[in-house]
Design a protein. Structure first.
Lengths: 483, 467
């Protein structure tokens, strides 16, 4: 029983670690992601658009299966997890071999290796030492650091470069996992929302994406905000002067624009939008006494403000309608959008105790503009503006950026850093007593380009050989191993 | 039979065309010089760019001349012309960089400039280092179209809205263009591999026909109006932007009868494919000859459609189904349709080049093994570029909207593109895929790139579209 379980576990592992599995999983991810771009997704698409695009039963099925929010569905996330797992499994499976390659350099090529090795060449030499010295010089001139390897009673030469290249692919995959990890952390612990502030307003409550609210341990105050336009009127720049308020003090101030957020305590505030908040900032009014004598006064009234025009008369900005409608002599609020605005001011005469309803515009049947003791004229309606901020907390993004940097480094190593090895082994033919120098090389990438470089190297060795004076056999140094 | 016809069509000798092109270049340069002497500064950036354009145009003419006549010396001179163009182009970029104090990334004009430069540089590299001497036949015309589009659209482009004013955005777009240029090159090389691998010309015919069919089908499916009109986005010439009826909803105008022309073109473009299908089904090669004749007709119709589109879309005011009154439109309002129409003509002409000059091409191109390797090398360049492009895009999105990945269709398809090329590399490095299978994979990768670039904005439903 245990044996069977082990077999199954082993089979499962082999499947997960195989490249076939990885490719199949990736194809599935691609297909599902593509579907997620073709089927309209919530919550980006408005509900009425969804209903217009699909029939009711079709929409029900799509919703049920999760195709209307593919990228947050459990099966898509599960698939991505499976991909991650397959990367890990494949890496673990192959790493020991690569590590052996990396940690234990193969410095002396035995006969079997020499037979099968490609590329390789043999040069005839009169004595071993000359051959070795020539090879060393050639390697030095190419920028390598050759080392002499002791084998039995002879030396051989080994030189290599960029051994790290054997592990490059693991760097790339590790970086991918780091990126996944970062996104998972953000998915679990990150949040995003909006914060709208009127000029002068302070708030620490963020409306989170999913509808809930979040209270921050500090508050943001908007000191000023504005918009600059191009000559043709389209927006050029939105800006806000923000201050972070903590414990009653301003701990940080920054003027932000789109693309340049405020960052405090792990939370980022982005300039997202700017617009009228539907509330009146000030109504500018001029007032002249209806009798004709007296100076013109200029007033600025916010809603519910009361201003004295003289010792006897006051004016109060009673109501503001952003979109009004009249019916049966009564003024109603038609909508909360800016449509037909109306302002209702009340002029009170203390002496007579009478109130006069002044309306801008002068609505028939309701306005008593001409009867009031002062003639009022509205010169300007200044609306208030709010600045729209996007707020986000993404603790995992550092993993993502670190992963990206690591991946670029890894890719550079994978494609452009080559592990090159050269071996030079003096060989003596037992039958003829002839000495020759066996030269072999290997590269783990761009093998075709390497063949050229190998041939150049062999040529160089040949040239170096010619410059070495020949020593007579009796002067040959005999090397004993194990000293 | 088509080949015999082609032999009969050789009108001039090699030297004549070279001299003609040389004279044309000299003439244009002289005119530019005269113009410049008036304004003073000879070596300013616009003039250098104009010179670059002239040289690229000369190179393109010579490459296409090779296509028609098969004279090898054209290729040599074309290479010289390309080199001169690159020098002028480099000088233009250097000048602009020096004057403005930052690299040429901060406007659409500058980015197209970088794209054209990259294309020309890559042409020279592939020519000199890898010996693919005829790559210019593909890349130079694209470079010319790029520069011409640049000039056409330059005055029409609106200054950037706040979200698009970030350096990171421009880094991202430039990386995208470099990556796409490398992908396009790998596509060209993979196609050349298939030529050297003795893939039948009829297969190329079928694929070309399918591509042009897809282009016209997309146009007709999305823009054909009930009474035969073609709907285009309205354009406000004062504001230099599209006309919006409400938030995110564009106003479309209908150009009458242009829709019928597109449908006609669609049918004619499908004809070679139909003939090819008949040839396979009936196992009768005479249908192939018919198909090749149909290609000529298809090119004719495509050119007609392009010219009519250019003429009608540039001027005139048209009625709209969405609002009362007449509204203008512009070429800048429909860059994708324009690119599709030009691209269709271009692909069809390339097929003709193959049909007429296949033996010459096979002689001039490197061996299939080499092409296979070079394709891999190009993708080794494209893949890191794609990675950097996606990363910089994510960084920009994070700076602007607070989220580095929101599964936007554009983002998602960019990721799919990345995965497809990752697939190619895996299959090649780990599974040892070579030859035809690798070439198909490389071509698939480029198809996905095309969809990411054109299809997402143009064909996918709903959602905000930006370039």
């Amino acid at each position: 029983m245990a044996g069977d379980l082990r077999k199954i576990a082993h089979k499962l592992w082999r499947t997960m670690a195989s490249i076939q599995t990885g490719v199949v999983l990736l194809i599935l991810v691609v297909i599902l992601a593509a579907v997620g771009t073709i089927v309209l997704q919530r919550p980006v698409t408005e509900p009425d658009e969804m209903q217009a695009a699909y029939s009711a039963p079709a929409l029900r099925i799509l919703d049920k299966v999760g195709l209307t929010d593919v990228f947050h569905s459990w099966w898509f996330l599960g698939l991505v997890l499976l991909v991650s797992f397959s990367i890990v499994a494949a890496s673990i499976d192959r790493f020991p071999n690569s590590w052996r390659y990396f940690a234990r350099p193969y410095k002396y090529p035995d006969e079997g290796f020499r037979r099968a090795s490609h590329p390789q060449k043999s040069l005839t030499v009169t004595d071993e030492e000359a051959g070795l010295v020539a090879a060393e010089r050639a390697l030095h001139s190419l920028g390598y650091k050759p080392e002499r390897v002791v084998h039995e009673d002879t030396f051989s030469i080994f030189a290599e470069r960029s051994r790290i290249s054997e592990l490059a692919v693991y760097i790339v995959h590790a970086s991918l996992l780091l990126i996944f990890f970062g996104t998972v952390v953000d998915g679990l612990w990150g949040w995003r929302g909006t914060l709208n502030l009127d000029e002068g307003q302070t708030s620490n409550i963020v409306e989170v994406r999913d509808g809930s609210t979040r209270t921050l341990p500090f508050a943001i105050r908007c000191d000023a905000a504005g918009q600059e336009n191009y000559k043709d009127g389209t927006p050029k720049k939105w800006w806000s002067k923000l201050a972070v308020v903590k414990g009653g003090r301003d701990v940080q101030k920054k003027e932000i624009v789109v693309n340049d957020p405020l960052f405090y305590s792990g939370v980022r505030f982005y300039q997202s939008s700017y617009g009228p908040n539907g509330k009146v900032d000030k109504l500018l009014v001029t007032a002249i006494p209806s009798s004709g004598s007296g100076t013109k006064q200029e007033l600025g009234l916010a809603v519910n403000d009361t201003v004295s025009l003289d010792a006897n008369t006051t004016v109060r900005f009673a109501e503001f309608f952003s979109d009004f409608a009249v019916q049966d002599g009564h003024v109603y609020r038609k909508s909360n959008e800016m449509g037909n605005p109306a302002a209702h001011l009340v002029v009170t005469s203390k002496a007579s105790g009478k109130d006069f309803d002044v309306w801008f515009p002068e609505i028939e049947g309701v306005a008593e503009n001409s009867k009031a003791p002062y003639l009022l004229e509205a010169t300007d309606l200044k609306m208030g503006y709010f600045t729209g901020l996007q707020v986000s907390h993404e603790p995992g993004q550092w993993g993502v950026w670190a992963g990206v940097v690591l991946m670029v480094i890894g890719l550079a190593f994978v494609f452009y850093v080559v592990h090159v090895r050269f071996w030079v082994v003096p060989v003596c033919d037992p039958k003829t007593g002839k000495h020759s120098l066996w030269i072999g090389g290997s590269a783990n990438r761009n093998r075709d380009a390497f063949e050229e470089r190998f041939n150049d190297f062999v040529e160089l060795v040949g040239k170096e050989l010619k410059t070495i004076p020949k020593t007579s056999p009796s002067e040959k140094v005999v090397v004993v191993a194990g000293d | 039979m088509a080949r015999a016809k082609a032999e009969q069509q050789q009108p001039t000798t090699g030297m004549t065309l070279i001299v003609l092109v040389g004279l044309a270049i000299a003439f244009l340069l002289f005119m530019a010089f005269l113009n410049v002497v008036k304004s003073g500064n000879i070596l300013n950036e616009t003039n250098l760019l104009f010179a670059a354009l002239i040289f690229y145009a000369g190179a393109g003419a010579l490459y296409l001349g090779f296509g028609v006549t098969g004279t090898e010396s054209y290729v040599k001179f074309a290479s010289v012309s390309t080199t001169l163009g690159v020098i002028a182009n480099t000088a233009a970029i250097a000048h602009r960089w020096y004057e403005s104090g930052h690299p040429p990334f901060s406007s659409v004009y500058e980015m197209l400039l970088s794209f054209v430069w990259t294309l020309a540089m890559l042409t020279l590299v592939v020519e000199k280092k890898y010996g693919v001497k005829v790559i210019g036949t593909v890349t130079m015309p694209v470079a010319i179209v790029g520069v011409v589009l640049m000039q056409l659209l330059r005055t029409e482009v609106h200054p950037l809205v706040p979200a698009l004013q970030s350096t990171w955005l421009h880094v991202h777009v430039t990386l995208a263009m470099l990556a796409y240029a490398a992908c396009a090159l790998s596509f060209a090389l993979a196609s050349m591999f298939l030529i050297q691998d003795k893939m039948k010309s009829e297969t190329f015919l079928a694929v070309t026909s399918v591509c042009t069919l897809a282009i016209y089908a997309s146009i007709v499916a999305t823009r054909f109006e009930k009474w035969g009109g073609l709907s285009l986005v309205g354009w406000n010439p004062e504001q230099k932007s599209e006309i919006f009826i409400s938030k995110g909803v564009r106003l479309f105008v209908t150009i009458p009868d242009l829709g019928w022309l597109m449908v006609l073109a669609l049918l004619v473009v499908a004809a070679p494919l139909v003939c090819y299908g008949l040839a396979r089904w009936k196992k009768d090669d005479s249908y192939v000859t018919l198909a090749n004749r149909a290609v000529f007709l298809s090119i004719l119709l495509q050119v007609m459609a392009l010219i009519m589109f250019l003429v009608r879309a540039r001027d005139g005011r048209y009625a709209s189904l969405d609002a009362d009154g007449l509204f203008p439109t512009s070429l800048a309002a429909s860059p994708f349709i324009l690119s599709g129409l030009v691209g269709g003509v271009f692909i069809s002409l390339l097929y003709l080049l193959l049909l007429w000059r296949r033996p010459d091409l096979e002689r001039l191109l490197p061996s299939s093994d080499n092409l296979d390797r070079i394709t891999y090398k190009t993708i080794s360049l494209a893949f890191p570029l794609l990675t950097l492009m996606i990363a910089s895009g994510a960084y920009w999105a994070n700076q602007t909207w607070g989220s580095y990945w929101s599964w936007d269709p554009k983002e998602t398809w960019a990721a799919i593109t990345w995965l497809v090329y990752a697939g190619y590399l895996h299959m090649r490095i780990t599974r040892g895929w070579r030859g035809r299978r690798a070439a198909y994979f490389a071509i698939l990768g480029f198809v996905v790139v095309m969809f990411t670039f054109f299809g997402v904005t143009y064909l996918l439903p709903g959602l905000h579209s930006y370039a």
